[in-house]
Design a protein around this ligand. Structure first.
Ligand code: NI
Length: 260
């Protein structure tokens, strides 16, 4: 069994066939799918999808690229969803993004801190988006990490080993998406090889960035199998073992009951 720890099932590309997408996920052995909001509307949609489909759980948050357009009311509504909706198992996605530059960094940092504080107040994990901002993300996390291990995940990890090492030291999980399967991603696979199995998660980040051999197609939760198979090969462990351990990790991080 596998858990796809990062998806955006509210995306328009799933509008016509979400039940079939989730059936294919189940058939591929994906027992759970986490759907994460990127702004208020998509956070509300993520909760609605989680309420409708038992295999889906939700996370709510305002992604850094959407923080510029978020209002105070939007944030209050995110907080209420996190406080009141039982299917909300995590806060995010949050983090920092220097690639798109759609939100001033100070605003991104303000929202990142709010998400971390909300997660800690509600005793939920938080989900970190980090794009070309590794040093800034570590600087944000450092004061929180000084108080104890962080209950969080670096999603779709694309940094170097030095960054991964600090994250691991601070208690974070490291999640890999389809990018790790790409032929040229030698450096990322070298990082993945050294991440302890007990701290590894898998995700699709669908509908984006489908893994080999389905690269270029719309990504969907069933395809997380390809990323898991790549990581099993990189780490030289049988796929069932990698699947079982990453699923155990995801349940631990997200506070999910054992389904079996
Ligand atoms: Ni995402």
């Amino acid at each position: 069994m596998l858990i796809d720890t990062h998806t955006h099932l509210f995306d328009d590309r799933f509008r016509h066939d979400l039940p079939a997408v989730l059936d294919r996920a189940a058939a591929a052995g994906v027992e759970r799918v986490v759907c994460l909001g990127i702004d208020l509307a998509s956070s509300q949609q993520s909760v609605a999808i989680a309420n409708q489909y038992p295999q889906v759980v939700a996370a709510v948050g305002i992604q850094p690229n959407h923080a510029a357009e978020a209002t105070a009311d939007d944030w209050e509504a995110i907080v209420r969803l996190a406080e009141r909706e039982p299917q909300v198992v995590a806060i995010g996605e949050t983090g920092l993004d220097r690639y798109w530059d759609r939100t001033p960094l100070a605003v991104q940092q303000d929202y990142f801190a709010r998400h971390i504080e909300l997660a800690q107040r509600l005793n939920k994990p938080f989900v970190i988006h980090c794009r070309e901002a590794e040093a800034d993300v570590l600087n944000m996390l450092r004061p929180f990490a000084a108080q104890g291990p962080l209950r969080a995940v670096m999603h779709s990890f694309s940094g170097d080993w030095a960054t991964a090492k600090v994250c691991l030291d601070w208690g974070l999980y490291i999640s890999f998406a389809g990018m790790v399967t790409y032929p040229t991603a030698h450096n990322l696979r070298a990082v993945a090889k050294d991440v302890p199995l007990e701290r590894l998660l898998v995700e699709t980040d669908c509908p984006y960035l489908a893994p080999q051999p389905v690269r270029g197609q719309r990504n969907e939760p069933a395809y997380v199998v390809h990323t898991a198979a790549c990581l099993a090969q990189v780490k030289n462990v049988p796929l069932p073992e990698l699947a079982e351990q990453t699923t155990r990790n995801a349940r631990e991080l997200l506070g999910l009951a054992n389904e079996r």
